[in-house]
Design a protein around this ligand. Sequence first.
Ligand code: PGA
Length: 227
Amino acid sequence: MKSLVIAGNWKSNKTLHEVKDWLEQFRAATATLNYQPTLTIVLCAPFTALDLLQRQIKDLKFPVGLGAQDISPFAPGAYTGEVNGLQIKELADWVIIGHSERRQNFGETEEMLRQKVTQAKSAGLKIIYCVPDQASAVPENVDMVAYEPIWAIGTGKSDTPENANQVISTIKQKTPVRRVIYGGSVTPENVVSFVSAPAIDGVLPGGASLDPLKFSNLIASTLKFQG
Ligand code: PGA
């Protein structure tokens, strides 16, 4: 059976009050799912939500890993406002690096992204490295790549599974990374079209992970596909 990853990305959303509501609804919605260990579920949340999530996510019926959405490019020290890898590792096992929203809105360069990868690795974090296309560089030591075409993010217009499969196959040929997932307007309705494509190892839903029912439906559809 194909191993798959579903990595939700909350982006800059949810107060602690909203996180509690989400957990309550997600717990209820997933109570009857038949979880299979071939599915890895990760939730990438804002730093402010990770402590609460870490304490409460254990009560779910199946494992949900936690991830941060960014990391300081530096070791601990005089870098006001930054959250470093060791701090993240206390709360999460994963980190997203290189999301196009960070490249575009915060001027993250390839050099900065390489520094972030180095920091994440030395803290023992698993890295989901986002690229907008097959031409983008992928640093060494990345655990998983997410192919996310910019025009598909948050637009409701996903890539076709055929094209995503083609791009992901090319990324796998060009880099040593073995797991590559697709992100960009993934929904409970279209998730199976992506995860059933041979080269695609999972999905990175943003908007659909904010709604506990949509996220749970997305997981349910994937589990059903896995059989
Ligand atoms: P979206 O976001 O699912 O809302 O398009 C995906 C992402 O940017 O990670």
